[in-house]
Design a protein around this ligand. Sequence first.
Ligand code: Z5A
Length: 210
Amino acid sequence: MKNKFIVIEGLEGSGKTTICNYIMNMLKIWGIKSIITREPGGTPLNEKLRKIIKKERKKEIISNKTELLMFYALRAQSLEYIIKPSLKNGLWVISDRYSISSQAYQGYNDSNKKIIKNLNYYVLEGISPDITLYLDIDPKIGIYRAKKRGKLDRIEKKSLSFFKKTRSRYLEIVNKNKKKIKKINTEKPLYLVKKEVKIILLRWLLKNLK
Ligand code: Z5A
């Protein structure tokens, strides 16, 4: 079977990192070699930029334009040094976030939506996930889970209404792309979320045995 590119999306605390690890272990049991990458992050340079992008700063505030371009700069780096070479070498790639994150978090007006479309054309070079799992969660629950883990970062400190709008943009994207993006409700015990992930991936793999 051709190797695949799987993306996990969702708000903070929806369980993306947990599910990425779960999928990697599941693929291993099935005899499939994979790697996990994350956005922002992945390469050594990207991990440094991740700290910068997440840090709250009082003096030189990251502008909205800078933030959007930073996410795409990181994505370009991760495509060049992780995603493309891994896919070329026969590995499956599991990415904790990808371009839909930019559409959901930064696509808050028509002008940004247009810029993101152009950036996708320029940066992604047509590399799109074979399947995306969108982990849906009420932002209140997501933030509660994130808070339990420790101090909130610059982005996590944004208002509840920002996350509500981000979630509705996610849902809009999911509803327009039901074939390629599968929605999973994560407001239930983790073992049930994992069970649903497994069923979705198995069904999808059986359909795509080529
Ligand atoms: N961002 C952006 O704006 N634009 C972009 O283009 C990109 C990103 C790529 C990245 O932060 C930030 O960048 C993010 C969007 C923005 N900001 N926000 N806010 P990050 O990578 O540090 O964080 P995150 O991606 O938001 O994920 P997270 O907070 O680490 O959460 P998660 O990976 O989805 O969840 P988790 O770590 O697997 O689980 C969190 C906790 O919940 C943990 O203790 C789990 O054990 C627990 N958990 C998980 N599932 C369950 C269930 N089902 N029940 C109970 N407890 C659970």
